[in-house]
Design a protein around this ligand. Structure first.
Ligand code: SF4
Ligand code: SF4
Length: 135
């Protein structure tokens, strides 16, 4: 079963907004990569959690807008519990998603899902997916 991902220009407002939405400070990150080592989804990501934190520290909002890392994040918090700087990285990932979704951009377009995919997917997965991937 294949999900259709909408190709579009996403938008991240600012790193200050990212810190405000997440309640974290990305500047605290010391680039130890413990989060990347803990992450069960890293193989699916364009950039690792450590690399995302690095981009955020340097304010690379344009770069952050085009990567899939925060969409692939499973919100498992494995990274957050081990971060030596106490950063809740899962919250940072959620804040990145929120910045896109609050601009009414969908990562997955429900109307493009095939009838076959909808019929095969568990209802709970559909609901969870729409919550995470649509505005
Ligand atoms: S574990 Fe924490 S300090 Fe280390 S790279 Fe990840 S976010 Fe930064
Ligand atoms: S919360 Fe996201 S980034 Fe952190 S370990 Fe889990 S999947 Fe990876």
């Amino acid at each position: 079963m294949t999900l259709t991902i909408t190709a579009q220009t996403l938008s991240i407002a600012s790193i200050e907004k990212l810190n405000e939405l997440s309640g974290e400070s990305v500047k605290l990150c010391m680039q130890c990569a413990t989060c990347t080592g803990m992450c069960p989804m890293v193989q699916e990501m364009d950039y690792s959690p450590r690399q995302v934190m690095h981009m955020a520290q340097f304010g690379l909002v344009g770069k952050l807008a085009d990567i899939n890392t925060y969409w692939k994040c499973a919100s498992c918090h494995a990274c957050s519990v081990k971060c030596p700087r106490g950063i809740d990285i899962a919250k940072v990932m959620e804040a990145l998603r929120q910045q896109v979704l609050r601009k009414s951009k969908n990562y997955i377009e429900p109307s493009r899902l095939s009838a076959e995919a909808i019929a095969e997917m568990p209802q709970i997965a559909l609901v969870a997916g729409f919550r995470k991937f649509t505005s």
